[in-house]
Design a protein. Structure first.
Length: 119
């Protein structure tokens, strides 16, 4: 349990994101109220990284998936966007593929790296 808390507080470099990581993406959102005033806030999206595309180029994107209310939600985030404020590592899963699209229909859960060390 102590390792999980240690991982939660760990902020990672945007370029070190890999498929199989459970991350929190802090995204800047601009809201407009009834008076027409703009207000900026931070929205957090937590989920599993399914894929990373375009390597280390300027247009690198990651696909993050979470299940909200029994419905799967996927978002694609450009890593070099100024709207992505920071990315926090929550957990690391054991994967053997570069693209985890099969987890959309996958009934079993992926094992965490801390679970593997415990065996």
């Amino acid at each position: 349990m102590a390792k999980k808390k240690q991982l939660e507080k760990q902020s990672i470099d945007k370029l070190d994101v890999k498929p199989g990581m459970v991350i929190r993406v802090h995204l800047k959102i601009k809201d407009v109220n009834a008076k027409g005033e703009e207000k900026e806030r931070i929205q957090v999206f937590e989920g599993l990284v399914l894929a990373r595309k375009h390597g280390k180029e300027q247009g690198t994107t990651i696909t993050v998936r979470k299940v909200s209310g029994g419905i799967g939600v996927e978002k694609i985030f450009p890593l070099h966007s100024p709207l992505v404020e920071k990315i926090e590592l929550v957990d690391q899963k054991i994967v053997r593929r570069a693209k985890l699209y099969y987890t959309r229909d996958y009934k079993k859960r992926l094992k965490s790296t801390s679970e593997k060390k415990g065996k």
